[in-house]
Design a protein around this ligand. Structure first.
Ligand SMILES: Cc1cc2nc3c(=O)[nH]c(=O)nc-3n(C[C@H](O)[C@H](O)[C@H](O)COP(=O)(O)OP(=O)(O)OC[C@H]3O[C@@H](n4cnc5c(N)ncnc54)[C@H](O)[C@@H]3O)c2cc1C
Length: 379
């Protein structure tokens, strides 16, 4: 059986980013690295958006950047200039192509198209079983999520950020493509946290995504009817749907890092790199994979990589509240955006804020529910 130094399971955002970083760092030139995914060419299977302060690593492959965002709700609506931040969009196809181009040049990195069935840790190695072969490695990086692990437990609530989006093309120029609608809560909440997310790529093309932070997914027609209605309320009737996107991202404070061990590190959504309170994962993955490379040069025990921070506790309380009082999400976000500075909110959600900045955000939301949740967790 061939033994690799590293095996990376999954060539999505996190697996590919990790392999790309290894390909660019000569420290890994003498390491044998294998990537396994059941599909190599996934096409344009998603679009990733994230906010970023100034220039960033992926700027050369971005599809679009917005200098302003719109936040809408019954209590507070505003268009906000977010400089020095901007909101950035990258198509997965551009991302996969650019990264594979670099990875494919390295003779020490190979790829196998197989479905992974399981993996087992031994004293000094990890065995990976696919539908075609048995493989072993010194260290395993796993990005294949096992939702059962967090869905079946009861200690930490699990919400989903679920959405369906239409890429719409109009005949006339109807969109202001300098503004991304970050969250528009002025739609019927129906007992949940529901908002429209709108990303105009140019004056005639935009993505309309009907999004919920809630427990249960909807029938497909419910998302689509809501988009139709939103468009019609804005007198947008002459359009064609050029593409659709659907997804569901777990939002939970489940302790993913407890699944890590000396030779196995869970990465990406499988490793808890999805921000529990927002579902955003892409930028965190950029930061975490960078940190992971430095870590691997000094440390052998992978269970020491993912750490709990104060932000884990903030997310825990936020999700406790959102889970129990799901219809109050619009008010919570509206208070935060009305009273807080948007750049501080971004910093806070990026887990880069100071304690003083944390306090500014925490005190901007109605405290009653959070105190109740805190007391419940403590006692
Ligand atoms: C439609 C959509 C839009 C999103 N938009 C955003 C966004 O705008 N901003 C943001 O920050 N986050 C977003 N996310 C969340 C997150 O960034 C993505 O889900 C991201 O792709 C997660 O990266 P990952 O590496 O954890 O998983 P993935 O990118 O899903 O990679 C996992 C890989 O594992 C492979 N795989 C799965 N099972 C097996 C198996 N048994 N054997 C072999 N291979 C297997 C899959 O083919 C896949 O390539 C979005 C998610 C979705 C679904």
């Amino acid at each position: 059986m061939t033994k690799y130094d590293y095996i990376i399971l999954g060539a999505g955002a996190s697996g590919l980013m990790l392999a790309y970083r290894m390909a660019q760092d000569s420290f890994f030139d003498d390491k044998s690295i294998l990537i396994i995914d059941r599909v190599r060419d996934k096409g344009n299977d998603r679009t990733w958006c994230y906010w970023e302060n100034g220039e960033g690593e992926w700027d050369h492959i971005l599809t679009k950047t917005w200098p302003k965002i719109f936040f809408g709700s019954e209590k507070y609506s505003d268009t906000i200039e977010i400089a020095p931040y901007s909101y950035k969009m990258i198509s997965s196809e551009n991302f996969y192509d650019a990264l594979w181009k670099v990875i494919s040049k390295k003779s020490n990195i190979t790829f196998i198209e197989s479905a992974v069935k399981s993996f087992n840790e031994h004293k000094d190695s990890v065995e990976v079983i696919t539908d075609k072969e048995h493989l072993t490695c010194g260290k395993l990086f796993n990005s294949i999520a096992k939702p059962d692990l967090y869905i079946k437990q009861k200690k930490y609530p699990v919400l989903q950020q679920h959405f369906l989006g239409w890429f719409v093309k109009t005949k006339e120029e109807v969109f202001d493509d300098s503004i991304a609608t970050f969250m528009d809560f002025t739609i019927a909440q129906k007992g949940n946290t529901r908002f429209m997310y709108v990303l105009p790529m140019d004056k005639k093309t935009a993505l309309f995504e009907y999004t919920l932070f809630s427990q249960d997914l909807l029938e497909r027609s419910e998302y689509e009817d809501a988009i139709k209605q939103y468009l019609s309320e804005r007198n947008i009737s002459d359009y064609e749907i050029i593409e659709k996107e659907m997804g569901s991202i777990p939002m939970t404070s489940f302790k993913f890092f407890k699944l890590d061990s000396k030779h196995i590190l869970n990465i990406g959504t499988a490793g808890g790199w999805t921000k529990a309170s927002t579902g955003y994962t892409f930028r965190n993955t950029t930061k975490k994979t960078e940190k992971l490379l430095s870590f691997l040069k000094q440390e052998q025990d992978l269970s020491k990589f993912n750490r709990m921070t104060k932000f884990w506790y903030y997310d825990l309380l936020f999700l406790d509240v959102l889970y129990k009082y799901n219809k109050e999400g619009a008010n919570l976000f509206a208070s935060m955006f009305r009273k807080g500075n948007t750049n501080t909110i971004f910093k806070f959600l990026d887990e880069e804020s100071s304690v003083i900045e944390d306090l500014k955000i925490i005190t901007s939301v109605p405290s009653k529910r959070f105190i109740q949740s805190l007391l419940k967790r403590v006692f």
